[in-house]
Ligand binder design. Sequence first.
Ligand SMILES: *Cc1c(COP(=O)(O)O)cnc(C)c1O
Length: 394
Amino acid sequence: MWFSAAHFAPTLSERQRQNTWRTPQPWCEAQATTISYQGKRLLNFASNDYLGLAHHPDIKQAAIKALRVAGVGSTSAALVCGQSHYHAALEERLATFMGKPKALLFSSGYTANLAVLSTLLNAKHALFQDRLNHASLLEGGLHSGAYFRRYRHGDMAHLEQLLKRQEKPTLVATDGVFSMDGDIAPLPALLQLCQQYNALLYVDDAHGFGVLGAQGRGIAEHFGVPFASLPLTMVTLGKALGVSGAAVVGDEHLIDYLQQFAKPYIFTTAMSPVMAAAALRALELIQEEPWRREKATTLARYFHQEAVRMGYTMAPSNTPIQPLIVGTNGAALHLSHWLFERGVLATAIRPPTVPLGTARLRFTITAAHSRAEVDTLLSLLAQAAATQGVAKAR
Ligand SMILES: *Cc1c(COP(=O)(O)O)cnc(C)c1O
């Protein structure tokens, strides 16, 4: 039978053989920079809580207050009765913050990307994406039925070749900050090409929102690109904002169209009102406490420089995402376990998430980390370079 254990066994054991088998490790308790597994407390360098907001007392307070008056769940899709005044206020303030007329909330960034690509595009369209884009953009693209090509990472000449040969209405999708590499997309060049070839540029700023730009408005603010020139941007609430959920922010007609026709918006339970209230407070905090952005960036740069000095191959990143390229899956797993035993959590990222032979440890340096905590990590890495033979792995 096609669904018997024997049928799945070869694929599953191949996973194990390749050292790519993954399992979630349930934690019992977490603080801003520590996480406990079965009573063992670790320094956490694996989270996407870049600004250290997931444990912010004001945000917890906002969530508790909303919990009392609104309950735990939204109880239905937004268009039924799932849209509380917290949701509505959050959409309005996200739009204002991003300098666009409208925003639409989604329960996750994954569903937002799926919604945008599969609702706006069909077989009559063309879609070009950066090779290193997030899996949800890839999935949304395949799902849309559009003519779909990927251009080499950050390669504008390659993108232009694709655009030149294309007569169908075209959408270009890119991560703002690439999630497994930490580098920033060349937004001004992308915009220029899209304007030249009448393509719609869709930016997934999951890791840039809250982190990049003086006010945390993300990649457009980082490059000084006017918000008016970006028709559609996706921002997540589960990363720098420390909450969960996502929003698509953009021109009125595009947001209206998504709201009317996007199935991943229409046929799903709205995010919890508790999360919407928490995100509202988090959105204020990213503006009130700009030191968080500066601290995360400065500490990340320090970590990067020191690791390079030890001979490690670091991805060229100026953001809180600091991948240390190890090479083989086995070596990445080994270093991750070695650090775990010494009280540090950093996840090994392996193919198919990243290209073959570039397995890495993806460290994230956040505003909540202290310099001393980063130094603890660095001294372990120095020890690993000396005793585990992992530096200069490439
Ligand atoms: C995390 C991430 C997503 C998905 O967002 P979720 O809210 O976690 O579903 C989408 N795009 C990028 C680039 C991401 O890093």
